[in-house]
Design a protein. Structure first.
Length: 376
């Protein structure tokens, strides 16, 4: 009789109270196919890291790319907002924002609060996951109560929408025990000597299987992915987000989750996550190049034909840190006085660098090239 490598939960409607602790057996991830794809993913990620560290203004990447991640990750949970609404909400982030855009911006804030938490504390702990979850949901709630009939279901409107994928543990002691086991697995690289990308993929599944919170587990798990990469030094700043790949391959994502819980099929899950890292790294690398090229070409044009414009480097740099700019932004940043800022922004509209928009009685200036690049 073959040895059982992984204890499964074949009945997806029964709480998985005997979910195995980490680590998983080496035989489940040390295969030629997985190791080959791991090499591809690591090479793509290293190229992205090499490109990002030579860019002087990291905010140029972080603000713009994290906005798109927040939007797409929220869309996986059927929280939708338009680019225009999101960029306006970000531009007005010190004022009241309602609806889906507010939820998306909460996700972005969770990206940063979790990142800063780990910069200070250096290691993952149970409180890290709770803080990220609370930021996303704007709640004081913690570990879900056991009386809830919690199940993980297919989202969206497809043929499998609403079907149960699996039922997570329904025992507070087990949930806390598995979460602490996950934290130890993440922090202890001496005891658990597994490549960081494989570790991230294993940990992402484990977190989703534990499903420790009442809601927001999917978004918390996707925030964790990028924080793990930065915490382990694979990236200096959080600019690699897997949500676009997950959204584009949603059926494969759910199939991978079910494959592990019901059949112990770690191979397909790990290959899916490694492909996600490789594809996303390459796409982000290209997007960064497009943003930097567009910024440099616009700056060159301004300096050549509009030589009377003062501090063009500061102006263009700022315009590429967010898609929508207001006069107030340039004033608050100390770049120009109000009248000068307005004159220069209008001048860039005449050059077709910006487009002036009136939204709810207020004037905004849309960076057309940045908007185009982020929309692709």
């Amino acid at each position: 009789m073959p040895e059982i490598l992984y204890t499964i939960n074949p009945d997806r409607n029964v709480p998985w109270n005997d979910i195995p602790t980490l680590p998983i057996r080496k035989e489940l991830y040390q295969t030629i196919e997985i190791l080959e794809k791991l090499g591809d993913a690591k090479a793509a990620l290293a190229r992205l890291q090499g490109r990002s560290i030579v860019i002087p203004n990291q905010g140029l990447l972080i603000n713009t790319i994290s906005l798109q991640e927040a939007k797409i990750s929220s869309a996986i949970e059927n929280i939708f907002t338009t680019d225009d609404d999101l960029y306006k909400a970000f531009s007005d982030r010190n004022t009241k924002t309602n609806g889906a855009s507010k939820e998306v911006l909460r996700y972005r804030e969770a990206l940063w609060s979790g990142y800063n938490y780990l910069k200070t504390n250096r290691q993952f702990d149970r409180n890290y996951f709770i803080q990220v979850f609370q930021e996303i949901k704007q709640t004081t709630d913690t570990i879900r109560p056991v009386f809830l009939n919690t199940t993980i279901k297919h989202g969206g409107t497809g043929k499998d929408a609403g079907k149960v994928i699996f039922t997570p543990p329904r025992d507070l002691t087990i949930i806390q025990n598995r979460l602490d086991n996950l934290v130890n697995f993440l922090n202890n690289d001496e005891q658990f000597k597994i490549d960081h990308l494989l570790k991230m993929a294993i940990a992402h599944f484990q977190f989703e299987a534990i499903h420790p919170f009442r809601d927001g587990n999917g978004r918390t798990g996707r925030v964790f992915n990028i924080h793990y990469l930065t915490n382990k030094g694979l990236l200096d700043v959080p600019i690699l987000f897997l949500s676009r790949y997950i959204l584009d391959h949603k059926d494969d994502y759910y199939s991978g989750l079910m494959g592990v819980s019901q059949r112990g099929n770690w191979k397909n899950w790990l290959l899916f996550m490694l492909r996600a890292v490789e594809s996303t790294s390459n796409n982000t690398f290209n997007k960064i190049n497009d943003i930097v090229t567009a910024k440099d070409l616009i700056l060159e044009h301004i300096k050549k034909d509009y030589q009377k414009l003062r501090k063009p480097e500061d102006l263009v740099e700022f315009l590429f840190t967010q898609p929508l700019t207001k006069v107030k932004h340039l004033v608050d940043a100390g770049i120009y006085a109000e009248n000068t800022a307005r004159d220069y922004l209008n001048m860039l509209c005449e050059m077709q660098v910006l487009e002036k928009k009136e939204i709810e009685g207020h004037h905004y200036y849309l960076n057309l090239e940045l908007y185009r690049i982020l929309s692709e």
